[in-house]
Every structure is written in C-alpha cells, then in structure tokens.
Design a protein around this ligand. Structure first.
Ligand SMILES: Cc1cc2nc3c(=O)[nH]c(=O)nc-3n(C[C@H](O)[C@H](O)[C@H](O)COP(=O)(O)OP(=O)(O)OC[C@H]3O[C@@H](n4cnc5c(N)ncnc54)[C@H](O)[C@@H]3O)c2cc1C
Length: 386
C-alpha cells in the first residue's frame, strides 16, 4: 500500500531542496553540461530513487500523485533532474510488477538507496516509435543470452549500473513484438556507451548511444523469468515514463509562469507595470490555466496507474497535454520578457530549449494521439457490446 502519510511532507521537502539547492546551481551545471553529482547524491539521501519501491525493499512507496508532484518540483528547478529519475523509476516499477522474487531481492534494495541506478534502452537508430522494429538480438546459449546490437538516445546510459534492455529473443515468431524480451543487463564488458549526444537543452544528464557486443546476460535476468513478454513490459513502463515526462513539463511550465509573473510585475512601460496591460494579462491567464489543466490530467493519469490496469490513454493524455502546454507557456513567458527573454541572462531561454524534448521523448505526441484514439475507440466498442 502506498505510504500516504509521507505524501505532502515529501513534496514539501522536495520544494525546499529545489529552492535552496537546485535553483542556485542549475544555471552553471547546465551551461557546463556537467552531471549534477552532488544534487543526485542528495536526492538519493532523501530517498527519491526508492520513491515507488515497496518498504520491504527499503523504498518509500509513495503514491503516483506524489511521484508526479516530486518530479514537477524537481523540474521547476531543472528539468534534467526529472530525467535522471525517469528510467530508474520505470525499471523499479517493472521489477515490482513483473520481476521474479529473486530479481526483486537482488536489485530493488540497491535501487532504493540510489547505489544502483537504472537506464532504459529501447530505441535504436532505425527504430524509435516503431519499437517492434528493433534489431538487437539476444541468443540463448546454455544459461545465458548473448546480446548483440546497438541502442540510440539512452539517457543515463553512461552512469547506470543496470540497463533495462529490449532485445529480440525469438526472431521467427509473428507478430514480431511477441519475440521481444526485457533483459536486466548489468554494466560491464560488452556494453559500451558512446560519446554524449550534443542536445539543444536537457543538459547535465547524459544521453548516449550504446554499443552491445557479445554481452552475456544470465537467462535468469529476463524480466519476469519468461521470454516473449518484453513488448508488453515496455508498454507498461511507458505509462510511468509518460507520467514522468508530463510532470517534467508541468514543472517547466510552472517555472515559466513564475518567471513571467515576476517580470511582468516589475517591468514598466508607458508609466506602469506591464502586468497592468490587458494584453499581458490575457497571456498570463492562458499560461496559468494551461498549467493547472495539466495538473488535473496528471492526477487522472496517476489514479489510473494506481488501479494496476492499463492506463495508456490517461498517461498519454497527460503527456500530450502537459508537454504541448509547456512549449506554449514557455514561448509566452519569452514574449513577456521582451528582448531580455531572448538573452542567456534570463531563465526563460533555458526553459525554451528544454521544453521541446518532452514533445518527442517517451513516445512522440503524434504517437500519443494514436494511442489515445485507439484506446478511446476500443473502450467505445466494448461499451457498445456490453
Ligand atoms: C533527449 C532524448 C532522450 C531520450 N532518452 C531515451 C531513453 O532513455 N531510452 C530510449 O529507449 N529512448 C530514448 N529516447 C528516444 C525517444 O523515445 C525517441 O526519439 C522517440 O520515441 C521517437 O523515435 P524516433 O526518434 O526514432 O522518431 P521516429 O519514430 O522516426 O519518428 C519521426 C517522426 O515521425 C512520426 N511518426 C512515426 N510513426 C508515425 C505514425 N505511425 N503515424 C504518425 N506519425 C508517426 C513521429 O511522431 C515523428 O514526428 C530519447 C530521445 C531524446 C531526444
């Protein structure tokens, strides 16, 4: 059972951490594209890496509404911190729901403390939206799988001690997605991170290609112990990822609202603060409304995930709306800053570079629309039959 007593306290603790520790350091870390070692250590001490892990494995086991609020707070300070958590929390959730007892006991306690952090490696150079088109293969040889291939755009891929890796374990089965499995691969020989990909924003946290050459993964490390379930596993993980990305977008939008509000109240034109001009008030009204609407959809998604049933529609709607809203809200904040918003002196410049990542990652928003429509029609057809 999620630990409800902790919820508000944990969000408040995160808020203070962001105000006191993250906001002062983020500009320099982002400018230098440096990994935030100290902040990540402090996040680990606060228990953030164990947020969704059961108490019996050393986690805090907070509910999903609390999880997204914590990610939003972090991202209000710096979106990259929300990204450090994402693949780790997805992996923790997959272990919790699908892992064998042995897999849970081996990995969850170390993941709860942050001693072991996880990356998620699905995407390949030729397969992003079309996950089932991956080419990385895992061939059974006795009690190990020998894995060969490559992955692209893997966030946390250089520092993670555990890589949750999607591979083909049966190339002949049709449809293809039934031949995929998730392997829990520990970093080591056979798994090599390439050079950090240079990005528009989302700096500090590394995103890398991975090359996989004769990587040996024990057969016991197939998630859940049974091959062929990988596609279903990553789709379930995607719901958690979409909650994270939507929450990140919410945090970025809040930062943009805060910055624009402050600026509008102190910047004068024509003898008065620009916040008195109706044109600025209209822009701010839309910014605030969209940010609050995103929070509503994130709660809907969190509650749907908490039921344990498929929540692809709810998580998709939250991700779609919150990320599109973030892009618009950030652009509005830039408008309100006038010429200064276009300089590197003001935070909105960074928010403007960070926001588009969330429209693309964890399933593009075109793919979200497809998922939402498919679920919607599926539910409508079921209701008609009932
Ligand atoms: C900074 C960053 C971090 C990332 N981190 C990770 C990570 O940690 N792990 C990981 O596995 N992946 C990661 N990704 C990969 C990300 O999930 C993919 O980039 C994303 O899913 C899109 O895949 P793609 O880039 O191959 O685009 P494509 O799939 O080639 O899509 C190109 C365009 O076509 C559209 N499109 C594709 N198919 C359809 C269709 N059927 N109908 C309509 N439109 C369609 C897409 O919406 C998009 O506009 C990351 C990406 C970025 C940029």
């Amino acid at each position: 059972m999620p630990n409800e007593d902790l919820a508000d306290e944990f969000v408040a603790l995160t808020r203070r951490f962001v105000d006191d520790r993250v906001i002062p350091q983020a500009p320099e870390l982002e400018r230098d594209n440096s990994f935030p070692d100290t902040l990540v250590k402090e996040m680990a001490e606060m228990g953030m890496f164990g947020m969704v892990i059961d108490e019996e494995y050393g986690g805090l086991d907070v509910d999903w509404r609390t999880y997204w609020r914590v990610v939003s707070e972090l991202s209000r300070g710096w979106m990259s911190l929300g990204g450090v958590l994402n693949s780790h929390i997805i992996t923790a959730h997959l272990l919790k729901v699908f892992g064998t007892e042995e897999q849970k006991t081996r990995y969850l306690p170390k993941m709860a403390t942050g001693e072991l952090r996880a990356a998620l490696a699905m995407t390949e150079a030729e397969a992003g939206s079309d996950v089932a088109a991956i080419r990385t293969t895992a061939v059974r040889n006795g009690d190990t799988f020998v894995v060969n291939g490559s992955k692209m755009f893997i966030t946390n891929g250089e520092r993670a001690g555990l890589v949750t890796l999607l591979a083909i374990t049966d190339k002949d089965v049709r449809p293809r997605h039934r031949g995929l499995s998730v392997l829990l691969a520990e970093s080591g020989p056979g798994l090599t991170a390439g050079r950090k990909i240079e990005k528009l924003g989302y700096n500090g946290v590394e995103t890398v290609p991975l090359s996989i050459e004769d990587l040996r993964v024990p057969a016991d490390n197939v998630l859940g112990g049974e091959p062929g379930r990988g596609f279903y596993h990553v789709m379930t993980g995607g719901e958690i990822g979409r909650l994270n990305v939507g929450a990140r977008a919410h945090g970025v939008a809040r930062a943009a609202v805060d910055e624009a509000t402050r600026y509008a109240m102190q910047r004068h034109t024509f003898g008065q603060p620009i916040s008195n001009h109706q044109a600025i008030q209209m822009i701010i009204a839309d910014m605030v409304t969209k940010t609050h609407a995103a929070a509503g959809l994130l709660d809907v998604a969190a509650d749907a995930i908490a039921t344990g049933r498929r929540a692809d529609m709810e998580a998709g709607m939250a991700k779609l709306y919150a990320t599109e809203a973030a892009v618009e809200v950030v652009m509005s904040a830039m408008r309100i800053h006038g010429g200064y918003g276009y300089t590197k002196e003001f935070l909105v410049e960074r928010l403007y570079r960070d926001a588009p990542q969330m429209v693309i990652a964890e399933g593009t928003n075109e793919i979200q629309r497809m998922v939402i429509a498919r679920s919607h029609f599926g539910r409508a057809a079921k209701a008609t039959r009932a």
